[in-house]
Design a binder for this molecule. Structure first.
Ligand code: 3HC
Length: 345
């Protein structure tokens, strides 16, 4: 009750500066659409490598915690992204995507549009500085509750009291992440779940916990509209809306091929032409990443013990586990349910 009371006077509802943690695919996309909305963006990751070169994910989560000793010792850098860096830096992801957007939004001035968007983005490895003067933090780092809590617990002490904190987690509990912060901050804390590819997917799920203040929620709702997205609201439940429906659907598609009911190709064709989905479940599994899907399912098997989700819906099928074990993770590894080695799909 105290947290609710405090929050209404402390939230900064005029969001102009956004700090994004995690320079992977999702973080880069969130930084990009924020910059396109003319917000001032700081993109923060723990290494220059993650910020500057094409990034393939966190391979060793334990050592990547923003509070790990390796990170504390890491060289701190802050710099503006220059369009001339495009060929070699990993904002590569952003640059390529902005150019794609520019072709549609400003076909007569693709270069100028791209430069204006990039000029709104600064990168840094300095976690403390990244939040010293920001209105909104959006976290898109590895899906590991300990590392996320570690980050937010640290940021809580460094960011202004009025800064809103949001997590882009796709499957973890926002309440449990927020509990790493003070009561007052928990009122300024919510989920902000984007979809891949962020620049193209219109939806954002805005997740309220029992402690999220109405003002925080409204501010996030409005800012996502400014980012060109369509917000929907959901309680803090496993998978929120989309993943709660999508993940069991994709797992059942895998069970269908395990049972020999139909082939992956026929199931994909059926769902595209019979249900109007842009991708079939196996194309989508490869797109999302089989490791990510298994990770979500494994987490929910734990939650199923408390009755939060039905166990039979979320148990990862053997075929999924076997592919992940072989390192066949989907598009990002060149092979999953389909082979991408000669860019067939
Ligand atoms: N950057 C900028 N724009 C992009 C883009 C990118 N990375 N990717 C696609 N686009 C734009 C294109 O420019 C194009 O715009 P236009 O229609 O205005 O010209 C539009 O998106 C469609 O792209 P394409 O024509 O290249 O290709 P498709 O029509 O095949 O669409 C797709 C590609 C948008 C990826 C479509 O296949 C799709 O919607 N697939 C399903 C994706 C999905 O379900 N994502 C959610 C996954 S679940 C998730 O993210 C949750 C997580 O928590 C697990």
């Amino acid at each position: 009750v105290a947290a609710r009371h405090l929050s209404t006077s402390q939230v900064n509802s005029d969001v102009n500066r956004v700090t994004v943690f995690g320079a992977g695919l999702m973080g880069a996309g969130i930084a990009q659409i924020s910059a396109q909305a003319n917000l001032k963006v700081t993109l923060c990751d723990v290494t220059d490598k993650a910020l500057e070169v094409e990034w393939s994910g966190w391979t060793n989560p334990g050592s990547c915690s923003p509070l790990s000793s390796r990170t504390r010792q890491a060289k701190v850098t802050t710099r503006k992204i220059k369009p001339t860096d495009i060929d070699r830096n990993g904002l590569n992801i952003i640059s390529k995507s902005v150019a794609r957007v520019a072709k549609k939004k400003a076909p007569e001035d693709v270069e100028g549009f791209t430069q204006r968007v990039l000029a709104n983005i600064e990168t840094t490895t300095d976690t403390e500085k990244a939040v010293s003067n920001t209105d909104l933090v959006v976290e898109a780092i590895i899906e590991n509750i300990k590392i996320k809590r570690d980050l937010f617990g640290y940021l809580d002490k460094k960011a202004p009291a009025s800064t809103i904190f949001a997590s882009n987690t796709s499957s973890l509990s926002i309440t449990e992440i927020a509990e790493a912060c003070s009561d007052a901050r928990q009122a300024n804390f919510a989920g902000l779940h984007f979809f891949n590819p962020v620049p193209a997917m219109k939806l954002v799920e805005v997740i309220k916990t029992d402690k999220t203040s109405e003002e925080t929620f409204k501010t996030l709702y409005e800012i996502t509209k400014k980012m060109g997205k369509v917000p929907v609201s959901c309680r803090d439940t496993p998978g929120f809306i989309v993943n709660r429906l999508l993940v069991p659907y994709m797992l059942e598609a895998i069970r269908m091929i395990e049972r020999g009911d139909a082939t992956a190709e026929d199931i994909d064709t059926a769902m595209k032409l019979g249900a109007g989905y842009p991708m079939g479940p196996f194309e989508l599994l490869d797109f999302v990443g089989l490791d990510t899907t298994q990770y979500i399912a494994d987490g929910w098997v734990e939650k199923a013990k408390d009755g939060a989700v039905p166990l039979e819906l979320v148990t990862p099928p053997q075929v999924l586990k076997d592919l992940v074990k072989k390192g066949e993770l989907g598009r990002k590894s060149g092979k999953g349910f389909y082979d991408y080695s000669d860019a067939k799909k």
